[in-house]
Design a protein around this ligand. Structure first.
Ligand code: SAH
Ligand code: SF4
Length: 463
């Protein structure tokens, strides 16, 4: 979502004469768009600010005495705005994630010769989406589109409800208009974004409320949209219509990120996730019934306060039962102001967290390797969405989000080609475009044959 927000900030700033550059050296303004989700992410902000201060000091001031504007945006700005203003006097602007449509006014204040400092962590009553300009002409072959923001779920470990605010869904007409503009400018894959994207319940164009399933069907009807994804979803909001869409909408990719966090019912309850591990297993069964080749990804937290060895064993068991194509796992980090951070006696010692993280990642990596291996010998539709590292190479993505570098002429950039997969690596696949009667170009991706999870997968041996 920060990638999307950054692109929209660039759109807002373009009429003021700003354009994105590759490096801070010589820039007129640097905006750090920050994440507060884990301690590590927010620590990075202060070390990065230290580096930017050196660059600012190196720059000669212009005739009006101005130098590079340094801004901190996003959720660290929202949560720690005052602290940043106090600790880093060289920072000119600090603004939260719901205020960036007000950038022109903030920049005007900060660029006065007097150098006014701006702190803006309001939750404005108006929605920023009503005030953003049309996005730049080249959103990219694969692009994000925010449809929902904020969260009302209050998992006990999480800062999102405090930094991003309450759940909000954009009206469907606004989203469809943005999707049409993106498709017209060459975007072929749209990833619908939200902190809780499947809690989407936006106003329909003709009254009533649309869920995510309905929205996906309508985006799929837009000319030029060949692939649709959505992230991040919550197990409790996986409605029947969305599950059905997986079996019915060919553009909807068979890869879903559905975080479970833990396999222990005791810990899930303490996290306030409001579902059990078996609820999640049954949900995955229903999703796989709708789309047999569905691949899954998840987030896991190890060392949540009070997590015992037996709880962690339940997490490993759940991972073994589901079989993930890919996953993210994190050590629990106490976030200021969240209920779990106050559970002082129950905090899990760091060495235990480290051990559990290593064990979980070993299992998840083995599953990822097995999943990638199972792709070898298959023909997968690959969307060539960016240029490759080497000349004559294009980078693409499989339906399952694996990176696939392909030797192909530049004219195929932005199209879907069938690729015969010849080798699998930890994070990518290798292969050659299929040359039947020339290279297969474009068209909605056909469903790929299912990976057989019932055949004893390699990871069971390692579990
Ligand atoms: N809305 C999504 C998650 C968004 S946060 C959901 O409900 O699943 C992204 C991920 O960061 C979470 O899934 C969780 O695994 C991780 N995370 C959030 N807070 C954390 C914390 N305090 N410590 C460690 N990991 C955390
Ligand atoms: Fe955070 Fe996701 Fe829970 Fe909301 S549902 S509180 S974003 S982890």
């Amino acid at each position: 979502m920060n990638v999307y927000d950054s692109a929209r900030m660039a759109d807002v700033l373009a009429p003021l004469g700003y354009r994105p550059v590759e490096a801070p050296e010589g820039a007129d303004m640097v905006i750090l768009n920050t994440c507060h989700i884990r301690e590590k992410a927010s620590e990075k902000v202060f070390s990065e600010l230290g580096r930017l201060r050196l660059e600012k000091n190196r720059q000669a001031a212009d005739e009006a005495g101005r130098r590079m504007i340094i801004a901190v945006a996003g959720c660290v700005a929202q949560a720690e705005g005052e602290e940043i203003m106090a600790r880093a006097p060289f920072v000119d602007m600090v603004f939260g994630p719901q205020t960036y449509h007000q950038l022109p006014e903030m920049v005007a204040r900060a660029s006065r010769a007097a150098g006014e400092r701006v702190l803006n962590t309001d939750f404005p009553v108006e929605s920023k989406f009503d005030f953003l300009p049309g996005e730049s002409a080249d959103a990219g072959v694969s692009a994000f589109l925010s449809v929902q923001e904020g969260c009302d779920k209050f998992c006990t470990f999480c800062v999102v409800p405090y930094t991003r605010g309450a759940e909000f869904s954009r009206p469907a007409a606004q989203i469809l208009a943005e999707a049409r503009r993106m498709a017209a400018s060459g975007t072929r894959e749209i990833t619908l974004l939200g902190q809780n994207v499947n809690a989407y319940h936006g106003d329909g164009p003709a009254g009533g409320t649309w869920g995510l399933g309905r929205l996906i069907r309508e985006v799929a009807a837009i000319d030029g949209v060949e692939r649709i994804r959505y992230t991040t979803s919550h197990p409790r909001d996986m409605e029947d219509d969305l599950i059905a869409a997986h079996g019915e909408v060919p553009q909807l990719m068979p890869f879903v990120h559905l975080p479970v966090q833990s396999g222990s019912d005791r810990i899930l309850a303490a996290m306030n996730r409001k579902h059990t591990a078996d609820d999640y297993r049954r949900l995955i069964d229903r999703m796989r019934a709708a789309r047999p080749d569905l691949a899954l990804s998840s987030d896991f937290i190890v060392g949540f306060p009070g997590e015992r060895d037996a709880d962690f064993a339940e997490t490993l068991r759940l991972v073994t039962d589901i079989g993930y194509a890919q996953a993210y796992s994190f050590k629990y980090s106490a976030r200021p102001g969240t209920p779990a951070a106050g559970l002082d006696d129950a905090q899990v010692p760091e060495p235990v967290k480290n051990e559990r993280l290593a064990a979980l990642q070993q299992l998840l990596n083995a599953q990822q390797v097995a999943f990638n291996q199972a792709c070898v010998g298959r023909v997968l539709p690959v969307l060539l969405d960016r240029s490759g590292k080497r000349p004559g190479q294009l980078m693409g993505r499989s339906p399952f989000m694996q990176s696939v570098p392909v030797t192909a002429p530049q004219r195929l950039a932005g199209t879907v080609v069938d690729v015969l997969i010849s080798a699998a690596h930890a994070n990518s696949l290798a292969g050659e475009p299929v040359l039947a009667d020339g290279v297969t170009v474009s068209g909605p991706a056909a469903p790929a044959p299912p990976v057989d999870f019932s055949n004893p997968p390699a990871w069971e041996a390692t579990a």
